[in-house]
Design a protein. Structure first.
Lengths: 377, 114
């Protein structure tokens, strides 16, 4: 008798269900006798309820009646969450546009309604909006007027526009809006030019109106950034986003290569495609060879390692940011903020403990003293 | 698939047969575009506009899937009669009641041209 499938087998299997151009699999997944609670928790935690429901409907994923009922209940809850976020999105976008702030929807709703065969396959837990750096302050004020509370204060006045990626704002109902001015924290966020993203947007429709999203090629690049740089190791849904975007959108592979080269992100794209291919078993269109076979510089590979290896846990992204900052005065300003943030920021980061600069500095010392174990974890 | 017609909104039978149908059987309807919704398994989750939600299950969810194109209650009843092998007259009455309910809630629009 074979071993019962566990989380390690089930999660990639579900992530792979219905993916375009995957190598064919006839293997069904039978979970009737499996240890279900941890599997259900993992499906929900990794936002895979939609794919799991779709797989169970086809009969490829076999569940008992109680398992099916529990999965459906979790998925219903995920969809209530997604629709609630979309409701918030409509109000926030209206308010921003009324203030003449151009806004682009990132990730969640934009991906669910653009690259997936059915939006219910792609649950999401927050709203990501991109605004121009020049509009950043006003956009924060618009959110505050609508009752949103910023989760963490700015570390120092002016840090957001200079070095920041996004700030999380929370509504009274608990819905989180990540207001972005660039797409990623750290060196890659500084090397890219987010203003360019506004020149090639596309539209998607929802509730009878249209919203801006990234253009197809830029959307794929962002999906790669999120998959490679967002979490270590990459999570299944961001990898699935990469596959869906690469295989369903009208990607201009030449433009993608030029953009990734200019923003030093070829290594990021190659890493994301490699991880997606490993987990999902997809094969890429031949045109993707342009970027997948392209050369990457040592500098970008080192920066990528700050996100994808053990360096990440030792302040890798912060340490990798320093060389990417232009000008010694700017580097000093960044370092000063890291070491001496405003008291309000320090207090918010400390949570229930008393705010302490010494504790903050001790973390930095630990990063520097801990033995190097790149690639081992 | 269900073997009999059991249209429900929010898990409750929506008293389909207690009210006399008043819709013109030839009037055509389609989903309103102004709502947020998701369809999965055998149900449709509809945003109620503010913070509430409604669910269509069973045949009501199937009717919702048909309403992506403009359809009259007779068109829908004919489809359902084929799928569920149920009497056309009974189904027409139930579908008319369901459409009226959905129209009252604003989830479907009457199509006036084309």
């Amino acid at each position: 008798m074979g071993e019962m499938p566990g989380v390690r087998e089930v999660i990639p299997w579900i992530a792979r269900f219905g993916v375009p151009q995957a190598s064919p699999t006839s293997n069904r997944m039978d979970l009737v006798a499996a240890a279900w609670p941890p599997i259900l928790a993992a499906i929900q935690g990794r936002r895979l309820t939609g794919l799991a429901v779709a797989a169970a409907e086809t009969g490829m994923l076999r569940l008992s009646d109680p398992q099916w009922a529990q999965l459906l209940e979790r998925h219903r809850s995920a969809m209530v969450g997604a629709i609630s976020i979309e409701r918030t999105m409509i109000g926030v976008v209206d308010a921003l546009e009324a203030s003449d702030i151009e806004v682009v929807i990132l990730k969640g709703a934009a991906l669910a309604h653009t690259i997936y065969p059915d939006p219910s396959w792609r649950p999401f837990g927050d709203l990501d909006l991109l605004v121009r750096t020049g509009d950043w302050r006003r956009a924060c004020a618009v959110l505050a007027e609508r009752g949103f509370r910023r989760h963490l204060p700015e570390p120092r006045r002016g840090f957001d526009e200079r070095f920041g990626k996004a700030a999380t704002h929370v509504s009274e109902a608990g819905i989180e809006v990540d207001l972005h001015r660039t797409l990623v924290l750290g060196p890659f966020g500084l090397w890219m030019e987010p203003e360019q993203l506004f020149r090639s947007t596309a539209q998607f429709s929802l509730a009878g109106r249209s919203f801006k999203r990234l253009g197809d090629t830029q959307l794929l690049l962002h999906a790669c950034m999120h998959a490679s740089l967002g979490f270590r190791p990459p999570l299944p849904v961001p990898l699935r986003d990469v596959a869906e975007a690469a295989l369903r959108l009208h990607v201009d592979w030449g433009s993608l290569d030029r953009l990734a080269s200019a923003w030093r992100m070829r290594a990021v794209v190659q890493h994301a495609f490699g991880a997606a291919s490993n987990m999902l078993g997809v094969s890429w269109p031949s045109e993707a060879g342009l970027i997948l076979d392209g050369r990457t510089s040592r500098r970008e590979s080192r920066a990528l390692a700050a996100y994808t290896t053990g360096r990440r846990d030792r302040g890798g992204t912060i340490l990798a940011t320093l060389p990417a900052i232009r000008g010694s005065m700017a580097k000093v300003a960044f370092l000063r903020t890291m070491l001496f943030p405003d008291r309000r920021f320090l207090a918010a980061r400390a949570g229930n403990r008393p705010p302490s600069y010494r504790r903050r500095w001790a973390i930095t010392v630990r990063w520097l003293l801990r033995p190097r174990q790149e690639g081992l974890r | 698939m269900m073997s009999s017609l059991e249209a429900r909104v929010d898990g409750e039978s929506i008293t389909l047969r207690r009210r006399a149908p008043t819709l013109d059987g030839h009037a055509r309807f389609r989903r309103s575009e102004s709502f947020l919704w998701r369809s999965f398994a055998d149900e449709v989750l509809l945003s109620g506009g503010d913070s509430d939600f409604r669910t269509l299950v069973g045949t009501a969810a199937y009717v919702w899937s048909l309403l992506r194109e403009p359809m009259s209650s007779e068109d829908i009843a004919a489809q359902l009669a084929r799928v569920y092998r149920a009497p056309f007259e009974v189904i027409t009455r139930d579908v008319t009641a369901l459409l009226r309910e959905l129209k009252n809630l604003g989830y479907v629009d009457e199509v006036t041209n084309g």
